[in-house]
Ligand binder design. Structure first.
Ligand SMILES: C[S@@+](CC[C@H](N)C(=O)[O-])C[C@H]1O[C@@H](n2cnc3c(N)ncnc32)[C@H](O)[C@@H]1O
Length: 283
């Protein structure tokens, strides 16, 4: 692994051995409950690997020992889901009861049944949303940071176009026709600040396009007035009022917004929101 050096433009190799030692030490200290020492070790990890393949920044934030980052690093998300792609559906769907693509289909059927000409599935993962929405979308594009997840999706032959890359970057820079359905099921937990996400969704959608997404949340007393924070499992939780603010700011009208159980974690339901919104015509 190597890291680009911003000054010289060259790459300097990461000291993998030192990185593994610091990361394992940090994890062990965190597990033992010595959070201050764990935080110091995670800071060492970040210094050795500024691109943050191990997600040290979200771990620091989840322990209450670091600033809330604006999002999970690209390197972390790609590494995490590359590792889990093979077992993703058996773990998330079969063991953790993840059902958001089906909930999205049901909600769309109720408030915005389509059909749609061009669907964009952001953070498509293994293609569960594409599979369940295939019959109401003529053309489906998927994008995901994890190349291995995209490979699994590709084998299913459900999507018409697939890209490996960052969803927010795609929304702002992709040279493609706009979409009339944009989905993002269980992707917001890897994005904290959603301003660029919603601005991009507005940019790459036609008037009247439908935006369907899910989020995770935490009780009001934990969020304590924050728009978003990193929760105990290193994923971002967003407040419902922040989602509503983002929709309004970027020209989307909410068609349905409701509480859901996103999945189970250690036997407990993980609460979230499912939102279906429509882009208002541009002024
Ligand atoms: C929990 S999975 C959900 C996958 C799929 N949407 C589903 O409902 O089954 C989250 C997916 O989002 C992808 N992801 C997270 N942040 C992303 C980003 N900024 N850009 C592109 N993909 C992202 C991950 O790589 C992963 O495949």
């Amino acid at each position: 692994m190597s890291e680009p050096d911003p000054e010289s433009g060259t790459t300097s190799p990461i000291d993998e051995e030192a990185l593994a030692e610091a990361y394992n030490r940090a994890l062990a200290l965190e597990k033992a409950g010595d959070l201050d020492a764990a935080a110091a070790a995670y800071r060492e990890v970040l210094a050795l690997d500024p691109a943050d393949h191990g997600g040290a920044a979200v771990r620091l934030a989840s322990m209450g020992r670091g600033e809330t980052p604006a999002r999970a690093s690209e390197a972390y998300v790609a590494t995490l889901f590359d590792q889990h792609a093979g077992a993703f559906e058996s773990i998330l769907v079969d063991q953790l009861g993840y059902d958001v693509p089906a909930l999205t289909r049901r909600a769309l059927d109720e408030v915005a049944p389509g059909p749609f000409s061009r669907m964009l599935d952001l953070g498509c993962g293994t293609g569960l949303a594409g599979e369940i929405l295939r019959d109401i979308a003529d053309h489906i594009t998927g994008i995901d940071l994890s190349e291995t997840m995209i490979e699994v999706t590709d084998e299913k032959e459900v999507y018409d176009a697939l890209y490996v890359g960052d969803a927010v970057d795609f929304l702002h820079h992709a040279d493609v026709e706009p979409f009339d359905l944009i989905t993002a099921t269980d992707v917001l937990p890897y994005l904290g600040d959603l301003d660029a996400f919603f601005a991009g969704a507005a940019e790459l959608s036609v008037d009247g396009a439908v935006l369907a997404f899910s989020s995770e949340t935490l009780p009001d007393e934990v969020l304590a007035g924050r728009a978003f924070m990193v929760g105990p499992h290193q994923r971002f939780a967003h407040s419902e009022s922040y989602l509503a603010e983002m929709l309004a700011r970027h020209g989307f009208a909410g068609l349905a917004i409701g509480g859901i159980v996103v999945r189970h974690e250690m036997g407990k339901p993980v609460p979230g929101h499912l939102v279906i919104a429509r882009r208002k015509p541009a002024d």
